[in-house]
Design a protein. Structure first.
Length: 370
């Protein structure tokens, strides 16, 4: 073998070796990479009692009550929601979830009278902070706010962040028919922007009149209609429109650094960005930029346990991997392939890392213990 052939052989061997090592590193990353998940729910019996005491008797239709009772009994939700150690952490370990960011699975702030809501929200946040202290490497929290009193809610958010170490706030649906883009709620968003913490918009049961008009039909059962109006699609449309209204209100011209998170792959809105850009032009809306500019700058998405490869690839294409965070929606969604779905996707290693934990570390200013 001549010298030139020897050199070629050595170069080829080195290249193959480097390729093999790179593939091995990538494979190891797939198995070792941990997750931060951000739409993970918690409940407490004390808060559940207050929830039941203050919830208006007309807040739920009989059909909605049947749906909630069905899923609660099927999934053993009460036990799973309140537990952190016996069930939750083993589940997290099985899916390589290094940290959950917890939030209350209660709408208590949405209908408790203002004076009472302030006290209960404070109690709720204190209680969750104490529970998290037992597992400081595995959990963080988002604040529950008394939005019946927006000024007090802003103060409670500041207390939660500065004194309790909370990393964001979660808001549920509407407040007694009032949308969050209305001026009275501005102090909450101003405080979130000032503190540089994200606002998570979460679905809630929709208005009963809207439910009857849009989702109930004699062609199928009332329970089916109630589910259609809630977790199947109804409340997703409702909270998706919430994000749209925040943009059109000019909130992000006023607070350009505010970060809002929309679950369930954006609640259907991302697929209409081009359409809304065409229809809602700045000369009509009075905004400084077109609609998609704000959505792609200020809104972040999560899957909320919807493990769909086409959704993942489409949202990365539409929004960029730097605007997607990971969420399981525990315990309402428990996909057995939650970790492997992302790790085995066709995304690049860099994109997987952004979605798995880096975006959450950046937005919530936390650090995942490796």
């Amino acid at each position: 073998m001549n010298i030139k052939m020897k050199k070629s052989t050595i170069l080829l061997a080195a290249t193959l070796c480097a390729t093999a090592m790179s593939a091995q590193t990538s494979t190891e990353m797939k198995h070792e990479l941990k997750l931060i998940t951000i739409e993970e729910h918690f409940a407490d019996p004390q808060l559940a009692e207050a929830d039941a005491r203050w919830r208006p008797k007309t807040e739920l239709t009989e059909e909605q009550r049947e749906v909630m009772a069905f899923f609660s009994s099927r999934m053993n939700l009460t036990e799973q929601l309140g537990d952190l150690a016996e069930q939750r952490i083993p589940h997290m370990d099985s899916q390589k979830i290094g940290m959950q960011i917890l939030s209350y699975t209660s709408l208590i702030g949405n209908y408790v009278p203002a004076d009472e809501a302030v006290k209960i929200a404070r109690q709720a946040n204190d209680l969750l902070a104490e529970r998290i202290k037992q597992h400081p490497d595995r959990f963080r929290a988002m604040a529950t706010l008394p939005i019946a009193d927006p000024e007090a809610a802003a103060k409670e958010l500041e207390r939660c962040v500065k004194e309790l170490g909370f990393v964001g706030v979660l808001l549920y649906g509407q407040y007694k028919g009032h949308w969050l883009d209305e001026p009275q709620f501005l102090p909450i968003f101003e405080k979130a922007a000032e503190l540089d913490v994200p606002v998570y918009l979460h679905p809630a049961l929709i208005n009963s009149q809207v439910q009857q008009l849009m989702y109930m039909s004699p062609a199928y059962s009332a329970v089916t209609g109630a589910e259609l109006s809630s977790a199947a699609i109804g409340w997703h449309y409702d909270v998706g429109i919430q994000a749209v209204r925040l943009i059109l209100s000019g909130l992000f011209d006023r607070l350009p650094t505010l970060k809002v998170i929309s679950g369930h792959w954006g609640e259907g809105i991302p697929m209409f960005l081009d359409r809304m850009n065409h229809q809602l032009t700045p000369d009509m809306t009075g905004l400084q930029h077109d609609f998609a500019y704000y959505y792609k700058r200020n809104i972040y998405l999560t899957p909320s346990g919807i493990m769909s490869d086409i959704n993942l690839r489409t949202m990365v294409e539409l929004m960029g991997a730097d605007h997607i965070l990971y969420a399981e929606d525990y315990p309402y969604e428990l996909p057995s392939n939650f970790h492997d779905f992302l790790m085995n996707s066709s995304l690049t290693d860099e994109q997987k890392e952004l979605i798995a934990y880096k975006n959450a570390e950046r937005l919530y200013r936390i650090s995942l213990k490796k």
